[in-house]
Design a protein around this ligand. Structure first.
Ligand SMILES: Cc1cc2nc3c(=O)[nH]c(=O)nc-3n(C[C@H](O)[C@H](O)[C@H](O)COP(=O)(O)OP(=O)(O)OC[C@H]3O[C@@H](n4cnc5c(N)ncnc54)[C@H](O)[C@@H]3O)c2cc1C
Length: 464
């Protein structure tokens, strides 16, 4: 342990881990750009730029390069969602989800551009010949029927992911449809094997593409299939007790073998499946609500739908399957000695675990607790305040305005000034924020305006 400032040191390891994560993010970004650059270089070397001089050749050439970029991004997309631990830790849930959206929509748009431009080029630049050429390409060229089926899967996934459409779907339906993305990628890419000029003519390019495919498929098999299987067999998690925590909220305690080897930290979440009940195949994400002690895990759940309601009927001994631990709302994101934990509603859950699990001196941690009527974990937080010197700022009441993170009443100052009045040295803190999407946005806006740098803000929302 070394000191950065003040009476108690911020342990060296978290700072180091935050730096490693930042380095991983930079390396992952660089690798993706390198992949894009490499395929562009081969496209240029194959005369891609010269072809732009002619109308028909130009269309085909642009179609080729957009297809190559789309393929690289589609494979990157698969890796991003494969729950690769090093990426999970480096990005965290919210950043990964945002990245997934950007990369996903970009690769999809490029894929559409690829289809339109290539077909138009093969149709000698005549729009009237477009439908016939599309038909001929589909039926005459190897792998193209599969590619069409893959494209249709991806169209369905993207259409159902557009915000307006997503709001009308249940999470479960959306998630199930989303799994077709794997099928879509699997079917859409192989036509490269038979028809892709770059794939066929350059050994280096062939090696590049096979490696990229192998990495994407391997990541899914290892981290989405094999690792969860091994973990569940090894730890054999079971329910010990279900405890009511107040109106519409309950905690589930679980125990298992060698849980210290699970590598879970306070503030992280798992996806959970409780066997032996209807709908057990659907996994729901829940954060740990107590710092893991190597023997027990606890989650605390607000009843909002069928899945969460069913947890009240769980019997001791029920087998539990988990995937995780995920997320970077943990000590590993730490860069400062002081911490502020800011939560609203059930968003207090991971913060409750962090208030226990983080390393801090009395007076160096503050918990800002937004709730409507009754605070969750009142007794536990009071005991933490006494035991650890955690300062608690309670902000009860309904929201002042849809764009505000504050409750009604209190001083009429704006969101940013109130935040600075509560935490004058805000910029000296790592701030962990968790709550509903809209509320979290209001808070992070105020925190940014109050001068908090983004790399000191660690956010998780419970949305999808
Ligand atoms: C990273 C993360 C951590 C979370 N931690 C907690 C926690 O500690 N405590 C807690 O009470 N809740 C937590 N949630 C929210 C919780 O996952 C959902 O409330 C729960 O899955 C709802 O399932 P249901 O079957 O009861 O409700 P449903 O009837 O299926 O849905 C009710 C609402 O919950 C949302 N929802 C459903 N399934 C999911 C899902 N898999 N992911 C995200 N939202 C979903 C739907 O949008 C819907 O609005 C967390 C969510 C995420 C993403």
């Amino acid at each position: 342990m070394t000191t950065t400032a003040g009476p108690v040191a911020l342990p060296r390891t978290p700072v180091l881990r935050a730096r490693v994560d930042a380095a991983v993010r930079s390396a992952a970004g660089a690798l993706l750009w390198l992949g894009l650059l490499l395929v562009t270089y081969w496209w240029v070397a194959d005369g891609g730029v010269q072809d732009l001089g002619g109308w028909t050749d130009g269309l085909t050439s642009l179609g080729r390069v957009s297809g190559l970029w789309s393929a690289v991004l589609l494979l990157a997309q698969v890796v991003l969602m494969a729950r690769v631990p090093v990426l999970e830790r480096a990005y965290g849930q919210d950043r990964l989800a945002a990245l997934h959206r950007v990369v996903g929509f970009t690769s999809f748009n490029l894929m559409l551009a690829h289809i339109v431009l290539i077909t138009w080029g093969y149709a000698a630049g005549r729009l009237t010949a477009f439908p016939g050429t599309l038909w001929n390409l589909t039926v005459d060229y190897p792998g193209m029927l599969l590619a069409v089926a893959g494209t249709l899967c991806l169209v369905m996934v993207v259409v159902t992911s557009v915000k307006a459409a997503r709001r009308r779907l249940r999470y479960e339906s959306w998630h199930l449809l989303h799994l077709y993305a794997y099928l879509g990628v699997g079917l859409a890419l192989p036509h490269q094997l038979w028809t892709g000029a770059q794939f066929l003519t350059r050994p280096a390019a062939t090696v590049f593409w096979w490696t990229a495919w192998a990495v994407a498929a391997g990541s899914v098999l290892v981290w989405r299939v094999a690792l969860p299987l091994v973990r569940n067999v090894r730890h054999g998690l079971r329910v010990v007790a279900v405890v009511p925590e107040g109106r519409g909220v309950l905690s589930v305690w679980m125990e298992g073998r060698r849980l210290e080897q699970l590598g879970a930290e306070a503030g992280q979440f798992f996806t959970w499946r409780f066997l032996g009940r209807r709908g057990w195949t659907r996994a729901n994400p829940y954060s740990l609500s107590a710092a893991p002690d190597g023997r027990h895990l606890r989650i605390t759940v607000e009843v909002v739908g069928d899945g969460s309601a069913a947890l009240a009927a769980l019997r001791p001994g029920t087998r539990v399957l988990v995937e995780g631990p995920y997320g970077r709302m943990s000590e590993r994101a730490r860069t400062r000695r002081k911490v502020a934990l800011v939560g609203a509603g059930v968003g207090i859950v991971p913060l409750r675990a962090l208030a226990d699990g983080l390393d801090y001196a009395p007076g160096d941690a503050v918990l800002v607790h937004r709730y409507r009527d009754e605070p969750l974990f009142r007794g536990e937080l009071e005991s933490l305040a006494q035991r650890r010197g955690l300062r608690i700022v309670a902000l009860p009441g309904s929201r002042r305005a849809p764009s505000s993170w504050l409750p009604v009443g209190g001083a009429p100052a704006d969101d940013t000034r109130t935040l600075l009045a509560l935490l004058p040295d805000l910029a000296d803190h790592d701030v962990f924020v968790c709550g509903p999407g809209g509320w979290t946005e209001s808070f992070t806006r105020a925190a940014r305006a109050a001068g908090l740098p983004d790399d000191q803000m660690h956010v998780e929302t419970f949305g999808w």
